[in-house]
Design a protein around this ligand. Structure first.
Ligand code: ADP
Ligand code: MG
Length: 267
């Protein structure tokens, strides 16, 4: 059964999409079967996985509105080695269209149940807000991976996210947990970043992943080629770090059975 993780942080531009596509590619490289779900109407994770969002006939929008199944709407990204449930601008309308629907925050969770056995990992790229879309991601997931930059306000922002996760855990999805915090765009030469990094470890202990993703220009260039850095330039420092991160996850996580309950349809 797949382990289902949201990549979330309500701040924009912190590296959610970069983490999602590179972790997906890294996991594929170490032999894992991966489905990447783009829950952001901007469709950056879709484009960044070699899939043209404008050409998609079915997307996660159709899945949320139950006009298509995941099996029908997913596409294989041959170059990247994982499957993609894509998004485009249409998804922005889903928020409003779902308002009157029942179980509206559990639609993705229900839709994923039939494909859970086909993957080792399902990664969900969330938009930078606590919207109904993000809520669907959090309700469908076993855990959250939080990418963050080691900057001055980073810890403050985390408090909000941790509270949100606690609320979802208490009210909607008792399986939800924080898998870990990923330090991204890290520059060890900057003293402040080192200090924030130490503070993070002080606060969150072993919830901070060992792997650190450096600031690396190849990771920033890769999206303009429609690829994750890990595929575009596997030898680049940033790509190597994401492959190491994928391996860290595979090595450290408990077996899939420990995550199983969520794979069943919500009551
Ligand atoms: P989010 O999805 O949280 O909005 P993105 O993943 O789109 O954030 O990243 C924001 C910007 O930072 C993008 O231009 C991306 O290419 C760049 N970026 C992300 N990670 C790195 C990194 N490790 N090194 C350099 N640039 C990065
Ligand atoms: Mg993004």
């Amino acid at each position: 059964m797949a382990k289902i993780f949201c990549i979330a942080n309500q701040k924009g531009g912190v590296g959610k999409t970069t983490t999602t596509v590179n972790l997906a590619a890294g996991l594929a490289k170490v032999g894992q079967r991966v489905l990447m779900i783009d829950l952001d109407p901007q469709g950056n994770a879709t484009m960044g996985s070699g899939i043209d969002k404008r050409q998609l006939e079915l997307t996660v929008y159709d899945v949320l509105l139950e006009s298509a199944s995941v099996a029908e709407a997913r596409v294989a990204s041959e170059t990247c080695g994982y499957d993609v449930l894509g998004a485009n601008r249409e998804l922005a309308g889903a928020e409003v269209e779902m308002v009157s629907l029942e179980r509206r925050e559990k639609r993705l969770r229900t839709a994923l149940a039939p494909v859970g056995a086909a993957y080792d990992f399902i990664l969900i790229d969330c938009p930078p807000s606590l919207s109904m879309l993000t809520l669907n991601g959090l309700c469908a997931a076993h855990g959250v991976i939080v990418p963050m930059q080691c900057e001055y306000f980073a810890l403050e922002g985390l408090t909000d996210l941790v509270n949100t996760i606690k609320q979802v855990h208490a009210n909607l999805n008792k399986n939800l947990q924080i898998i870990g915090l990923l330090r991204i765009m890290f520059d060890p030469r900057i003293t402040l970043q080192q200090q924030v990094s130490e503070q993070l470890k002080g606060h969150f202990g072993d919830k901070v992943f060992d792997t650190v993703i450096p600031r690396n220009v190849r990771l920033a260039e890769a999206p303009s080629y429609g690829l994750p850095g890990v595929v575009f330039d596997p030898a680049a420092k940033g790509s190597q770090a994401f492959i190491a991160f994928a391996q860290e996850l595979v090595d450290k996580l408990p077996p899939a059975s420990a995550f199983a309950p969520n794979a069943a349809p919500a009551p």
